[in-house]
Design a binder for this molecule. Structure first.
Ligand SMILES: O=C(O)CCC(=O)C(=O)O
Ligand SMILES: [Fe+2]
Length: 479
């Protein structure tokens, strides 16, 4: 599907698109500032006229007669009224047209503003960050994310948007916290119009806090809830229902499991003749599934080339492109190309051959993916689930996966293999390579994997799978 007709594509779906939204805001602000400037010029011009007519308003008839009894005054008035007033009128009309044009330019920009769905998707991303990493809403609103202090804080409007999102999601405990944070962060605008635009109404927020609390609590506790609503958001809420225990994936994303034992680290000189000249730093990650991590296998120039895309180039990637059937969850935004797309593609394919010793023919396409706000890829396998795809044997299945990390990811965004007890944090330039299938081409469920929600960073990966039947003559049998 062409990306420009992909109406489910949202700004929040990739950092690339979000960057374009930021650029878009520049144009919006430019237009608005031009509008302000031209208003100012207009005011200054009109002041020239009003300043030139400095005389005071003459209330009484007698005083007016006295004024025009002076022939110089009378003549000046006559000339001005006849010659100048219509000219100023013409000026005002022209300005009005000019102003209309400016407004319609601003109006045009509005066509590209994020949709309600986009805001929902962004809220889901924020929800994931809060929920997966078990953050307190208060910390989050202060920019303290999983131990990392960002320089940014959240304002009342953003707290309110999240409160409403959580409320609609029936996440009433979180909703209550966010309503209280919105209340706490309100800065009363002094200007009437601003008050209308930045809507937070104290009374409404207080009500919604109590309603959220009642959704998960008893009416008998209402006096506590009424007290809580005025408290500092740092003070914990009372009478909370126990939270369901974290899932294995959530715990792994929080880093609750011990780091993997380092198996073997060495230079690989041997897979192909090329490697004797340019050995790769190889780290054996696991024996089951067979998995290696190679360091510094991508040049910075290659990475720059591969991610030199605009969001027009990307289409929305969903979980069901892989093995979760009919799952419409957005995962990332992706550009898929065939290997013969250019010299660089070929270079990358050759590198995969060097590393794996497998013939990486024109088998599966190369995918370049960019994650978005709170971007998350739920657990899946790269092989086809035989229960869902009985035809997988005849059609071939994904024997191996190559996963290139094109960027460092400071916070969140680990690739995890829950069943195999493995966590890999992306490191710019490294490549993860694993076998999805056993020697007999049966799927290895230990290769099921997920990507923890992104917290901070711009996560780019390149990935390519290879089908098993192409490898009959090259694939060595691993014990
Ligand atoms: O981004 C990652 O770390 C994994 C991507 C992935 O699992 C896939 O594309 O199938
Ligand atoms: Fe995958």
């Amino acid at each position: 599907k062409e990306s420009d007709e992909d109406d489910s594509k949202v700004y929040s779906g990739s950092i690339l698109a979000l960057g374009e939204l930021r650029e878009f805001e520049n144009s919006y602000m430019d237009q608005l500032n031009n509008y302000i400037k031209s208003l100012q010029r207009k005011v200054e011009t009109l002041r020239i006229f009003t300043d030139s007519v400095k005389h005071k308003i003459l209330e009484s008839e007698a005083s007016r007669f006295e004024y025009v009894s002076n022939p110089l005054n009378a003549f000046e008035l006559m000339r001005r009224a006849h010659e100048d007033w219509p000219k100023w009128m013409t000026y005002l009309r022209a300005q009005e047209k000019d102003q209309d044009n400016q407004l319609s330019e601003i109006h045009k920009l509005l066509k590209r503003t994020p949709t309600a769905e986009d805001l929902q998707e962004a809220s889901l991303g924020m929800y994931r960050i809060e929920h997966f990493y078990n953050l307190s809403s208060t910390d989050m609103s202060k920019g303290l994310l999983a131990g990392q202090q960002l320089e940014t804080q959240m304002c009342a409007s953003e707290c309110l948007a999240l409160a409403e999102y959580m409320f609609n999601k029936s996440e009433y405990r979180r909703a209550a916290q966010w309503y209280r944070l919105a209340l706490h962060n309100i800065k009363e605008p002094t200007n009437k119009i601003a008050l209308q635009i930045y809507k937070p109404h104290r009374e409404e927020l207080r009500k919604m806090f109590v309603i959220s609390r009642l959704h998960e609590g008893a009416l008998d506790n209402i006096s506590d809830y009424l007290e809580e609503v005025n408290q500092d958001p740092e003070i914990p809420l009372l009478h909370l229902k126990p939270i369901p225990p974290a899932t294995a994936i959530e715990r792994r994303c929080r880093g609750e499991f011990p780091p993997r034992p380092q198996l073997v680290c060495r230079y690989n000189f041997t897979t192909t003749p090329f490697m004797r000249i340019a050995p790769l730093k190889e780290e054996e990650i696991s024996k089951d599934p067979l998995m290696w991590l190679y360091h510094d296998v991508l040049y910075d120039s290659e990475i720059a080339h591969f991610i030199n895309l605009t969001s027009e180039d990307l289409s929305q990637g969903y979980a069901d492109n892989y093995t979760a059937p009919k799952n419409p969850d957005r995962v990332f935004q992706v550009k898929i190309t065939d290997d013969d797309g250019g010299k660089m593609d070929k270079a990358l394919v050759n590198r995969m051959t060097d590393i794996s010793g497998l013939a990486m023919g024109n088998v599966s396409s190369l995918a370049r993916a960019n994650y978005g706000l709170g971007g998350y890829f739920q657990e899946h396998s790269d092989y086809k689930d035989p229960r869902i795809y009985p035809e997988r044997i005849s059609e071939g299945d994904s024997l191996i996966t190559f996963l290139f990390y094109a960027t460092d990811v400071p916070l969140g965004g680990a690739t995890i293999f829950p069943a195999a007890n493995l966590t890999i944090q992306p490191k710019k330039g490294s490549a993860l390579f694993w076998y999805n299938l056993h020697n007999n081409w049966e799927p290895n469920p230990l290769t099921r994997h997920a990507v923890c929600p992104m917290i901070q960073g711009n996560r780019w990966i390149f990935t390519k799978s290879m089908l098993n039947y192409q490898q009959m003559f090259t694939k060595p049998c691993y014990k």
